[in-house]
Write a protein that binds this ligand. Sequence first.
Ligand code: ADP
Ligand code: UDP
Length: 252
Amino acid sequence: MPVNPGRDKKYKRILLKLSGEELMGAEGFGIDPKVLDKMALEIGQLVGIGVQVGLVIGGGNLFRGSALSKAGLDRVTGDHMGMLATVMNALAMRDALERSNISSRVMSSIPMSGVVDHYDRRKALRFLEQGEVVIFSAGTGNPFFTTDSAACLRGIEMEADIVLKATKVDGVYSADPMKDPTATRYERLTYDEVLDKKLGVMDLTAICLCREQDMPLRVFRMDKPGALLNILKGENEGTLIIEEARVDADQQ
Ligand SMILES: Nc1ncnc2c1ncn2[C@@H]1O[C@H](COP(=O)(O)OP(=O)(O)O)[C@@H](O)[C@H]1O
Ligand SMILES: O=c1ccn([C@@H]2O[C@H](COP(=O)(O)OP(=O)(O)O)[C@@H](O)[C@H]2O)c(=O)[nH]1
């Protein structure tokens, strides 16, 4: 047993984005507690080696504004429902983390007194420094955005070393791999390449924000056992999106 099992970790503070659909497991809707427990275990491993973890969870397993609007609802109302869905997911994740004895906090971009704390950057930084997992819910608090953008925004505000986007596919491909079986995976891309090639894995607002603030991003498959820990060890899971000039610094 190493004296300090975390000494080789590559990142001190991460912002992990989980898509809402990840939470529903094999079901078509809702939250599968078994998936939550599995995720809590993986997050617990990171906390155990001293990584500070901020979490943003999507709401796509419950409601998406764009889908509700297609069904006839007002778009802004639909987006509000989507943001509230992310708060429900965050509460479920906090519950799973606490069942695994991992201290965690939920903060919401929309004030929800008596349910969760209102987002406060300085408080969130303090919780992270104390080793608590901070779950940032209700997206950015504004309609017409996504939780990808919220994850990048909070990652930048928290001065995370990297934003990790956990999703159903194991990286960024030349085309949507769910639709095009000939698509090939990139190991590394620049922000401009993602934008120029219109690679649809993440929304473009999020990519632009990371490009402006020089925040590295990694897209990987969450349900691959150990993938998260591998990334923390510096292994090449999924696809890294980074400015060419920063590659050397990232590889140290
Ligand atoms: N170039 C691409 N490379 C990888 N995935 C892509 C690409 N274009 C579209 N996708 C799709 O993006 C999805 C991931 O986006 P994500 O935001 O996690 O899903 P959701 O839309 O459920 O929130 C993948 O499941 C994949 O089908
Ligand atoms: O800043 C935000 C973040 C999210 N949403 C709404 O919340 C829904 C759920 O988020 P998202 O689609 O990003 O979840 P994911 O696809 O990651 O599960 C979105 O469809 C939007 O309707 C929003 O209006 N503003």
